[in-house]
Design a protein around this ligand. Structure first.
Ligand code: IPM
Ligand code: MG
Length: 366
C-alpha cells in the first residue's frame, strides 16, 4: 500500500525518537512492499519558536490531509523554558489539545504491558509482577474537564476559578463502543472507571456504558470507582483487560499504569476518531533533561508506529513484525538506559545502547 504520514517530531527527545520509528517503518516498507511518504510539520514549542503559536492552521490542514500522524513529544522544562512564560493557551500543550480537538481524536488507546524481559524493572512486589499484565486504557480525549468552560474571576475581593466537567450521551457512547469493540479482540472484559458516588457526569457515564454493553453479550462489564481503580492498579494489575474512562481520570491512571510496567519509554499510544485516521505517539513526555544526548528509548514510538499500521492501515502482519522485532531486541539483551536492570549482576548480563542503535537493531530484526 501507499500511505502519507505526517510527522510531528516536536520538542525535547521527540525528533530523536521519531527518527527511529521512521527507520523501522522504512524497513517494513522495503520488506513488505509498501510505500510510506513522510512529511514533517511543527507543533508545540518548535512551532512557537518558528511562528509564535503552538499549532498553526497549516499543521492542522496537513494532518487532516494525511492518512495518519506520527508524533514524538511536545513541551519543555516548565521552570526554565521561555514557552512557559506565555499564557496557558499559547504554551506547547495547547498545541496538543488543539490538534486532538481539531481532528476529533476522541479515543485514546494506551496499552500498558509488562514485558517478561523487563519484569525486573517493575516496581511492584514479585508476587504481583510475576503474574504479568496486559491492559488497554481507553481514555476519552476530547471532552470532560479538558474542554469544558473555565474561567478565573474575582468575587468578594478574592480570586475564584471554575473548570467544568461535561459529557453528553453521544460522547460517552462513541468511546464506550470503541472500548467494547477492542475488548472483543482481547480478553472480553471492560472495567469502566468513574466517580459515580459523587459526580453526575459519572452517573451518566455508567448508564450509557451499561446500555452499550447490551450489544456485547460476550463482554463482561464491571464498574469501578476511580480511587479504588488507582489502588487496584498497583495491587492487582493482572485483573484488568480494557479500562474505559473519561479524560482526566484516564490521564492520571495511564501515568500510573505506565509506571508499574517499569518504563514509560516502552508505552505506545493511539488517538483515534471515528474513521481509520489516527495520531500515534509515545505515552511519555519530551524529557528535556536528556534531549540531544542520544540515550532516549525509541521503543514507545516504534510501537506507536506498529499501532498505526494496525489501526489506520489494517497491516496486522507488519504490526506483528514490529512488535516481534522489539521483543527480539530485548531478548537479545539490548537496553536503553531507562530499562537497565537495577541489580548489578543483572546489569552485567545485558547491553546498554543508545537511541539510534536501538532503532537499527529493531529495524534489522524485521
Ligand atoms: C498526556 C499529557 C497531556 C494531557 C498534557 C501534556 C496536556 O499529560 O497526553 O497524557 O494531559 O492529556
Ligand atoms: Mg498525561
Amino acid at each position: 500500500m501507499q500511505a502519507n504520514i505526517v510527522c510531528i517530531p516536536g520538542d525535547g527527545i521527540g525528533p530523536e525518537i521519531v527518527a527511529e520509528a521512521k527507520k523501522v517503518l522504512n524497513k517494513v516498507a522495503a520488506v513488505y512492499g509498501h510505500e510510506f511518504n513522510f512529511e514533517d510539520v511543527l507543533m508545540g514549542g518548535a512551532s512557537i519558536d518558528a511562528y509564535g503559536i503552538p499549532l498553526t492552521d497549516e499543521t492542522i490542514a496537513k494532518a487532516k490531509a494525511a492518512d495518519a500522524v506520527l508524533m514524538g513529544s511536545i513541551g519543555g522544562d516548565a521552570k526554565t523554558s521561555p514557552w512557559y512564560k506565555l499564557e496557558p493557551s499559547k504554551r506547547p500543550e495547547a498545541g496538543l489539545l488543539g490538534i486532538r480537538k481539531a481532528l476529533n481524536l476522541f479515543a485514546n488507546l494506551r496499552p500498558a504491558i509488562l514485558y517478561e524481559e523487563l519484569s525486573a524493572a517493575c516496581p511492584l512486589k514479585t508476587e504481583i509482577s510475576e503474574k504479568g499484565f496486559d491492559m488497554m486504557i481507553m481514555r476519552e480525549l476530547t471532552g470532560g474537564l479538558y474542554f469544558g468552560e473555565r474561567k478565573t474571576f474575582e468575587e468578594n475581593g478574592e480570586k475564584k476559578a471554575i473548570d467544568t466537567l461535561t459529557y453528553s450521551e453521544s460522547e460517552i457512547r462513541r468511546i464506550a463502543i470503541k472500548a467494547f469493540d477492542i475488548a472483543m479482540k482481547r480478553r472480553k472484559k471492560v472495567t469502566s472507571v468513574d466517580k459515580a458516588n459523587v459526580l453526575d457526569s459519572s452517573r451518566l457515564w455508567r448508564s450509557v456504558t451499561e446500555e452499550v454493553a447490551k450489544d456485547y453479550p460476550e463482554v463482561t462489564l464491571e464498574h469501578m470507582l476511580v480511587d479504588n481503580a488507582a489502588m487496584q492498579l498497583v495491587k492487582d494489575p493482572a485483573q484488568f483487560d480494557v479500562i474505559l474512562t473519561e479524560n482526566m481520570f484516564g490521564d492520571i491512571l495511564s501515568d500510573e499504569a505506565s509506571m508499574v510496567t517499569g518504563s514509560i519509554g516502552m508505552l505506545a499510544s493511539a488517538s483515534l476518531n471515528d474513521t481509520k485516521f489516527g495520531l500515534y505517539e509515545p505515552s511519555g513526555g519530551s524529557a528535556p533533561d536528556i534531549a540531544g544526548k542520544g540515550i532516549a528509548n525509541p521503543i514507545a514510538t516504534i510501537l506507536s508506529a506498529a499501532m498505526m499500521l494496525r489501526f489506520s492501515f489494517d497491516l496486522d502482519k507488519e504490526a506483528d513484525a514490529i512488535e516481534k522485532a522489539v521483543k527480539k531486541a530485548l531478548k537479545s539483551g539490548y537496553r536503553t538506559i531507562d530499562i537497565m536492570p537495577q541489580d548489578e549482576d543483572e546489569r552485567a548480563s545485558v547491553k546498554q545502547i543508545g537511541t539510534a542503535r536501538m532503532g537499527d537493531i529493531i529495524a534489522s530484526n524485521i
